[in-house]
Design a protein around this ligand. Structure first.
Ligand SMILES: *Cc1c(COP(=O)(O)O)cnc(C)c1O
Length: 384
């Protein structure tokens, strides 16, 4: 089976983890701050807060922005569950903005219309959570203009998009988002096993996220309400969690980051081979890059109506032939949990129409040209 995503682990990665195992610190040592520094420098952001998953990073980001009961967060229905759940963790309400059928990201025209209606009703979102779907940056500059006009904050879910660029900046480095979140799950661009990171240009948000990831606890006298009883003294100044990344993970992440450009180049080459090999088939292929370089986490195809085939049949045939296809994503609002909150089929028709036709082809840095050609041949056979 050629999986849709898979990690690439080198001898250097193994050595980096082994070195931590033999060191004094398995957690709370130097490897996590080193990974934070390396990612912050790579994308060009001043502050980075590493946590144990992107889901946790989204949660601490929402907490840092004071999202809470009575507040509203908006996100894309075409995403993984965590993009919406993070607001529910904070007790906030969630709503969605439909996608652009071309680039499959949250649609800026739809956002503009929804904001006008929301302003008229006096029910604006506090936080917008755009998603860089498949590794392509959402239109953050346009969203920042709307954020400044309507007074909401932006948490960019860039779980797919470390290494992507947008209008001359790396994703996470331009500051149009208040906070940008990366995932280091093994199917993503680089991995730390599990892991996530929140990047920001705003020191106060970084400080609040650091508190939230570690019990709300501080040893910094300047952050304390009281006077230290001695050098052992710590204070809990907020409610926090244990969302820490381990040093094993930090070391693996730093080692992986050293090869990110090679990973991204390999993904570009596979995308180009798919684009050529699939061009003549009754398929809608991913939109070409615009405003920057996609990190190409995913290669989602859609069956065109003239294919005359059910998505389910094609999917099952590909799986039976050893092609580890997947589907990204079932629209979040159609999940039973969100239906119970009042969402219905038809609420976000572009996301639903895309989902009905979508199949994610395998795409990861370990795929050879022969693997890629095997996927192309299997798709050709399934559509013949
Ligand atoms: C993978 C993913 C997440 C969650 O990442 P974890 O690190 O597994 O918690 C969140 N949002 C999107 C869009 C993702 O693809």
């Amino acid at each position: 089976m050629i999986p849709y995503g898979r990690q690439q682990i080198s001898a250097e990665d193994m050595e980096a983890v082994r070195a931590v195992l033999g060191s004094d610190f398995l957690t709370q040592g130097p490897a996590v701050p080193a990974f934070e520094r390396a990612v912050a420098d790579y994308v060009g952001a001043p502050h980075a807060v590493a946590v144990n998953s992107a889901t946790s990073a989204l949660h601490v980001a929402c907490l840092a922005l004071d999202l809470g009961p009575g507040d509203l967060a908006w996100t894309s229905p075409n995403s993984f569950l965590a993009s919406a759940n993070c607001a529910r963790y904070c007790g906030a309400e969630v709503d969605f903005v439909d996608i652009d059928p071309h680039d499959l990201n949250l649609s800026v025209p739809a956002l503009r219309r929804k904001l006008e209606e929301a302003a008229a009703r006096g029910r604006l979102p506090k936080v917008l959570i755009p998603v860089d779907f498949a590794g392509r940056s959402a239109d953050l500059q346009a969203m920042r203009e709307l954020a400044d006009r309507y007074g909401f904050a932006i948490v960019e879910d860039a779980s797919h998009a470390i290494g992507a660029t947008y209008r001359g900046h790396k994703v996470g480095g331009h500051g149009w988002a208040d906070i940008t979140v990366f995932s280091f799950h093994p199917v993503k661009i680089i991995t730390s096993g599990e892991g996530g990171m929140a990047l920001t240009h705003r020191p106060e948000l970084a400080r609040r996220m650091e508190l939230a990831r570690s019990h709300g606890m501080t040893r910094d006298p300047s952050q304390m309400g009281g006077t230290p009883h001695g050098s052992w003294y710590y204070e809990q100044v907020a409610l926090g969690w244990n969302y820490r990344m381990t040093d094993l993970q930090g070391a693996l992440g730093t080692s992986q980051l050293g090869r990110i450009e090679a990973f991204l180049a390999r993904r570009q080459a596979i995308r180009a081979r798919y684009d050529r090999g699939l061009a003549q088939l009754p398929l809608w292929l991913p939109a070409p890059d615009r405003d920057g370089r996609s990190a190409l986490h995913l290669y989602p195809i859609q069956l065109a109506p003239e294919a005359g085939r059910e998505r389910r049949t094609v999917f099952d045939e590909l799986r039976a032939g050893g092609i580890g296809v997947n589907v990204h994503y079932i629209p979040i609002h159609t999940q039973p949990y969100y239906r119970a909150l009042g969402f219905r089929d038809g609420d976000f028709p572009a996301a639903e129409a895309y989902y009905a036709r979508a199949i994610t082809l395998p795409l990861h840095a370990g795929m050879t040209d022969a693997d890629t050609d095997a996927v192309i041949a299997a798709v050709q056979a399934a559509l013949a």
